[in-house]
Design a protein around this ligand. Structure first.
Ligand code: B12
Length: 488
């Protein structure tokens, strides 16, 4: 038997369909005995894993691991199982081991790290644990070479499109537990309708894990899966967790036309340059097909900073998109990563002014603000890392508060970002989030929104952001939801 674990990554009320373990289950279904343990549902996943090991001949324990709290939860489970049942090989896959393979293998309780797309790597790894194949022939695998006392990182595995793999085995889960109320509907599902992203933004983990190609699921299959989720489990809305949902306009139109009869509301992630070029007719079709909100990485209000990050968009395009989304009745959610190392003060100043401009053009725009943090694979290119940031070499160090804050982009502790600038970004964020409380907080009553709006109006008007204690207190009292902190 193979046990697949999704370590705890969210509070129960924010849990989503665990797409990573579902994707792996899809290729095991019908050919291997396997079980899924979801730490977002199961309060004692270690206990469940132990009992599975004691009742079955478990050949491999696989954990999916994202940077952040999920990594800490994965450490706990792996450490305990290694101590109590040392005969079970342990493999980590997902974004953390894909980006930080060496730190992963430095742990005595992890034997293999799978980088990038994992379905075929997992199948081939089973031959290794069964002793019929050597690990060095498996693409996308990193492992410990005990003879030479070193880590081996095999070549990348070329990516395959979603259509190359079977559907997720939804019947293995109590899907109803994952369909939570959201701004988009009463029972919101999650789906991935493509894989990869052709762009190379310097702060994003996607190209580090997946390279820079994108392959789309066929619209027929996307719609068939969504219809199944609707008919079998009552899903009425969906969040598309693609790395980059829209590519070709003809594909987007075909998908939207097929989604129209489903009557589902949806959220997705898209690029500003792509959407700035879509025709009015396409944007209108997307709204009619149920698209309610699109997440955009706007990243900065400075064109020089966008160039530095190799983002491939301009501030002009962001403003165009803000306006066009308003014309077409779709809410844009703009995310920023502020404090570019080249000139963090200037980037901050210009970006805050830019956010005000967006809000003037389209007040419905949702704003999410992070501090800029590079991923090691790309940051080194800019000299941002060498001698300035030493990424942890162990999981234990990654789990410390300093690095957890870095991962969550709460406090990156980057040498180039002055405390004063960091404070300014945070204070501004508090004022903006009070002036325009997110529409995604479906629990916040109308009076609380009005209270926050009134309290913050003078600060926004006079641009006085310092010491917004009264707003922080009010936000805590109201427990305003922050979309960027869903995992906490
Ligand atoms: C959904 C999602 C979330 C959800 C829930 C995730 C969950 N597991 O429950 C929530 C909102 C909680 C979340 C939170 C965060 N997220 Co997130 N999230 C995503 C998102 C949009 C999709 C992930 C997904 O489900 N993919 C679908 C599956 C099928 O793909 P996959 O996970 O890559 O799995 C494949 C392979 O990796 C591999 N594989 C995976 N696991 C395993 C296990 C084994 C054993 C094997 C063999 C193979 C294997 O095989 C799978 C199939 O091919 C990605 C961006 C993206 N589109 O990929 C960001 C992303 C993973 N998140 C990211 C980040 C940074 C975070 C946060 C730290 C952000 C924050 N500031 O709060 C938090 C921390 C989470 C935590 N608690 O630890 C980054 C990670 C990279 C980085 N820069 O560090 C990403 C890449 C976004 C980005 N572009 O930067 N996230």
């Amino acid at each position: 038997m193979i046990v697949l674990v999704n370590p705890r990554a969210t509070r129960p009320k924010n849990r989503r369909l665990p797409l990573s373990v579902l994707a792996l289950g899809a290729v095991l279904e019908g050919r291997e005995e396997y079980a899924i343990v979801d730490g977002n549902v199961d309060e004692q996943p270690e206990k469940t894993v132990l009992s599975l090991i004691d009742k079955n001949p478990v050949e491999l324990l696989g954990l999916t691991v994202m940077p952040g709290p999920q990594m800490a939860a994965a450490m706990e489970i792996s450490r305990k199982i290694r101590a109590l049942r040392p005969h079970v090989p342990i493999v980590w896959g997902g974004y953390f081991p894909s980006i930080y393979a060496d730190a992963t293998l430095n742990a005595s309780y992890v034997d293999y790290a799978v980088r990038g797309q994992g379905e075929n790597t997992l199948i081939e790894l089973l031959e290794v644990v069964r002793g019929v194949r050597s690990p060095d022939s498996i693409l996308g695998l990193s492992f410990k070479d005990r003879t030479f006392g070193m880590h081996r990182h095999n070549a990348e595995r070329p990516m395959q499109g979603p259509d190359a793999f079977p559907w997720s085995p939804f019947h293995r889960l109590r899907v109803e537990q994952y369909l939570r109320p959201s701004f988009f509907g009463e029972r919101t599902a999650a789906h991935h309708a493509s894989i990869g992203c052709p762009f190379r933004c310097s702060f994003c983990g996607v190209h580090a894990a997946y390279g820079n190609r994108e392959l789309m699921e066929s619209p027929d299959r996307t719609v068939a899966i969504l219809s199944h989720l609707k008919q079998t489990y009552g899903a009425d809305s969906v969040q598309f967790y693609d790395m980059n949902f829209f590519m070709r306009e003809d594909h987007a139109r075909e998908l939207a036309e097929q989604m129209l009869p489903l009557g589902m509301k949806w959220w997705c992630e898209a690029r500003i340059d792509t959407m700035s070029r879509y025709s009015d007719a396409t944007l209108d079709l997307l709204r009619r097909a149920g698209c309610k909100m699109i997440f955009f990485g706007a990243e900065s209000g400075s064109d020089w900073a966008l160039k530095e990050m190799e983002k491939g968009i301009t501030t002009e395009q962001t403003l165009t998109v803000a306006e066009r989304m308003q014309q077409h009745g779709i809410i844009p959610e703009f995310s920023f990563v502020i404090g570019n190392p080249r000139d963090p003060e200037r980037d901050t100043r210009e970006t805050l002014a830019f956010i005000r401009k967006i809000k003037t053009l389209n007040p419905a725009s949702e704003i999410i603000m992070y501090h800029y943090t590079p991923v090691p694979q790309r940051g080194a290119m800019y000299g941002q890392i060498d001698g300035k940031i030493n990424f942890p070499a162990t999981l234990e160090e990654w789990a410390t508060k300093r690095w957890m804050d870095f991962t969550l982009r709460i406090d990156p502790n980057t040498p180039w970002l002055k405390r004063k600038t960091k404070k300014l970004i945070e204070n501004f964020e508090t004022v903006v989030a009070s002036r325009w409380p997110t529409v995604q907080d479906i629990a916040a009553p109308k009076w609380s929104r009005n209270l926050l709006r009134t309290l913050s109006a003078w600060r926004y008007w006079f641009r006085i952001y310092a010491f917004p204690h009264e707003l922080r207190l009010a936000q805590r009292f109201i427990q305003l939801r922050r979309p960027k902190q869903e995992s906490l």
